[in-house]
Design a protein around this ligand. Sequence first.
Ligand code: NAD
Length: 221
Amino acid sequence: MTARTSPESARDIPEATVARLPVYLRALVTLSESGTVTCSSEELAVAAGVNSAKLRKDLSYLGSYGTRGVGYDVDYLRYQIAREIGVTQDWPVVIVGIGNLGQALANYSGFRSRGFRVVALLDANPERHDEVVAGLDVRPFDHLEQIARDHAVAIGVIATPAVAAQDVADRMVACGITSILNFAPTVLNVPDQVDVRKVDLSIELQILAYHEQRKTHGAAT
Ligand SMILES: NC(=O)c1ccc[n+]([C@@H]2O[C@H](COP(=O)([O-])OP(=O)(O)OC[C@H]3O[C@@H](n4cnc5c(N)ncnc54)[C@H](O)[C@@H]3O)[C@@H](O)[C@H]2O)c1
């Protein structure tokens, strides 16, 4: 499967590579902030926690091969990857469902530093509408259409209970939101042109539990 790429590149990059680009970007930001000017593919691979042959192959999709004997220019590669992902531009984001998780997400400073600007926090519960979270008023869910229009919102985050998530997704799609990050433990039905990414920490824990169990059984035999 391939992923859509930026208009400049008009190339298709494999989905698995796309999933690793943010990992490389994070490693490059750390290297850059520590004053590193160039790095070898091995150094970058260690910093990103991947195999260096895979890293070189991934970066070749971006047309970036480094310079023999010198390696990669850290800031230039950081810019190239950020541009490929689309985070050199500012992405307005709305978060719907401002309970425990929605508040934690709203307070997460890492979104802004990676090009995501939270423009509104929406909740259906009127009791929440007096609250200010991360410097933003919590607003009625019914304001979604107006906010999406005013800020040209492309990305919506769902942090409501599972029973409400499909309705929230339908309303997001109806007002032109084409990418959804869903934290609710439910499968969303959306039109083909809408991208949904699902985050489920309990699934990650279950995968770890599976490996733990195998370690325990392996040790017992
Ligand atoms: N993906 C993960 O790893 C992960 C981790 C924790 C929680 N969750 C999920 O995230 C969701 C939120 O969890 P929480 O602990 O913050 O819950 P919570 O009850 O604290 O908050 C949910 C909020 O959604 C609001 N809401 C309900 N229906 C709504 C609607 N139709 N429109 C707008 N707002 C609505 C509620 O008023 C409430 O403020 C749940 O679905 C939970 O299962 C996922």
